[in-house]
Design a protein around this ligand. Structure first.
Ligand code: TYM
Length: 334
């Protein structure tokens, strides 16, 4: 088993990242057996597919590294680094860009969403983003990739690219990476709009719970979260057409590691006036220790940089092993 996953440094870590991905990174890292490895990285190369202020990128990268450590990623068990310091990601992305087909990229929904109406004005990097993501995973010959549901299409593309490369070059270089999507919180939604996912790029901070939010802000955001006037139903069917209500109940279930049914059983017949304070306290209990560790870590930037230096060196060595096989398979004069 080789686990690989990444996160963009484009804002602070939020509850969707935590429940959809990071909590799973930590669980998988903690259950690695002898000889198995985990690589977790901050996707700064992906971040620049849309403009990033150069003066803020390094700080944002460090902050995400601190948040990942605070949430439980452990540099003694997993390799933690930022992507820009491992040039093999970009080298493999070029080679895999010659394997992937234009038709495959044209089907990627994220490009359509992110480029919006100005497709001609979007960067080429935004278009080829999924090829770099495939390279991120394949450069470590990953077997398992813990992600939220929104990354599923990208992972399917990575599998298609891996299979075509292996066939085209008659070499079994890449295993087909398996997405690991948590059943409890595959897609955490915005607190303001049940049709949208919770996201770092939502202009409204009230739409998300950040890992850096203090207890009062968490309580306020949950109190203001959109719901409806109906009581909490006894069964999942009763949540049909009520995405905001469902979202809050799913968050509760995911935090406790319980099925949604169990939470519904406990709160059935009650209104959100009773449920919301219970959810807010559960969030505060879960996130307060993470926020405290995060502040400690940010107070020691040299220690963070040391962890990222070591991680990048380990990642380069592992990625270089794969690149030797890839360059050989393609047939470059070396
Ligand atoms: P990013 O930075 O948007 O999100 C990081 C991780 O958090 C998950 N996630 C969510 N899960 C549930 N509900 C949500 N509302 C929610 N929002 C985010 C994402 O699914 C992701 O697992 N392209 C990736 C970064 C990346 C990557 C990779 C991931 C680059 N290379 C290689 C895996 C493997 C991204 O933008 O994630």
């Amino acid at each position: 088993m080789r686990i690989v996953s990444g996160i963009q440094p484009t804002g602070s870590l939020h509850l969707g990242n935590y429940l959809g991905a990071i909590r799973n990174w930590v669980a998988m890292q903690d259950s690695l057996a002898e000889g198995e490895e985990a690589f977790f990285f901050i996707a700064d190369l992906h971040a620049i597919t849309v403009p990033q202020p150069p003066g803020e990128l390094a700080g944002a990268t460090r902050e995400i590294a601190a948040a990942l450590l605070a949430a439980g990623t452990n540099p003694a068990r997993a390799t933690l680094f930022n992507q820009a310091r491992v040039p093999q990601h970009a080298e493999l992305a070029w080679i895999l860009g010659c394997t992937a087909r234009v038709g495959w990229l044209n089907r990627m929904t994220q490009f359509k969403e992110k480029s919006g109406k100005d497709r001609e004005g979007a960067s080429v990097g935004l278009y080829t983003y999924p090829v770099l993501q495939a390279a991120d995973v394949l450069v470590y010959r990953a077997t398992h990739v813990p992600v939220g549901e929104d990354q599923k299409q990208h992972l399917e593309l990575a599998r298609d690219i891996a299979a075509k490369f292996n066939t085209d070059f008659g070499a079994a270089v890449f295993p087909l990476p398996q997405p690991m999507i948590p059943p409890a919180a595959p897609r955490v939604r915005s607190l303001r709009d049940g049709a949208a996912k919770m996201s770092k790029s939502d202009p409204s901070d009230m739409s998300r719970i950040n890992l850096t939010d203090d207890a009062d802000l968490i309580r306020l955001k949950i109190r203001k979260a959109r719901t409806d006037a109906l009581p909490i139903p006894a069964t999942v069917d009763g949540l049909e057409g009520r995405p905001e209500a469902r979202n809050l109940l799913e968050i509760h279930a995911a935090l406790l590691g319980e099925p949604l049914d169990a939470v519904l059983g406990r709160f059935a017949g009650q209104g959100f006036g009773t449920f919301k304070p219970a959810l807010a306290e559960l969030l505060v209990e879960t996130l307060a220790p993470i926020a405290a560790r995060l502040h400690d870590l940010l107070a020691h930037p040299q220690e963070l940089d040391r962890i990222l230096d070591e991680g990048a060196a380990r990642a380069r060595a592992a990625a270089e092993e794969t690149m030797r096989l890839v360059r050989g398979a393609v047939g470059f004069l070396l």
